[in-house]
Design a binder for this molecule. Structure first.
Ligand SMILES: C[S@@+](CC[C@H](N)C(=O)[O-])C[C@H]1O[C@@H](n2cnc3c(N)ncnc32)[C@H](O)[C@@H]1O
Length: 204
């Protein structure tokens, strides 16, 4: 287990999900962004770094039939699986570090809330882009939520890179066209506010 994986296993094994700063009662910005792309029930959707998020529950509830969740932490995915019960069998689960992962197939929608911002080294971002370019079908959509420039400097005790929409689009490169961007003030379980930058980009 590398340091990154050990960190996240420790977080999810020792703290209840609903006390973590990124916890949401309902994953509304993510769900609205996904539904705004008018996916069919068969659209392949992946939540990268989905952790124990309830986004997968919301997608399954709405009848989406091709949903995948990837996370570096097995403990996080086990929590989501336990919560879903029998419905967990409808989801494809992968424990992997996205920067060392070669997607085995393509997806039409790639969702990432608060994962890309942990990649503070250029090599890590290049590796993420490689995975994205293998995993996202041409014409597919990437939905990314990171801390905004006015957002916190750390997340889960780790340093993050903060982005506005132009910087995030520039990071992904000319292969991606920015379709939509907005800011969200996320209220944490500890009742502080964290400013997120959201972007929807389309792969050419
Ligand atoms: C801030 S949490 C956000 C979790 C989830 N997206 C949400 O909105 O509730 C970051 C998540 O990214 C996962 N993660 C961190 N680095 C990762 C990596 N290199 N590859 C895959 N997952 C990673 C963590 O285990 C954690 O679940």
């Amino acid at each position: 287990m590398n340091d990154g994986q050990a960190h996240w296993e420790q977080v999810y094994s020792t703290r209840p999900a609903e006390t973590l700063s990124w916890f949401q009662v309902a994953p509304e910005p993510s769900l609205d962004a996904i539904l705004g792309l008018a996916p069919t029930k068969e659209t392949p959707i992946i939540d990268v770094g989905g952790g124990a998020s309830g986004l997968v529950d919301a997608l399954i509830d709405r009848g989406f039939a091709d949903v995948s969740v990837l996370d570096i932490s097995a403990a996080a995915l086990a929590q989501a699986q336990g919560r879903l019960g029998a419905a967990a069998a409808q989801v494809r689960w992968t424990v992997a570090d996205v920067t060392r992962w070669t997607p085995p197939r393509t997806y039409r929608i790639w969702h990432d809330r608060a994962v890309f911002h942990f990649l503070t080294e250029p090599e890590q971002r290049a590796a993420y882009r490689r995975a994205l370019e293998v995993g996202l079908a041409p014409g597919g959509f990437a939905i990314l939520g990171t801390f905004a420039p006015e957002g916190p400097e750390r997340c889960s005790g780790l340093p993050v890179s903060r982005y506005d929409a132009d910087r995030l689009a520039a990071e992904l490169g000319p292969e991606f066209r920015l379709l939509r961007d907005w800011r969200e003030a996320h209220r944490t379980p500890g009742d502080t506010r964290q400013l997120f930058q959201w972007c929807v980009l389309r792969r050419r």
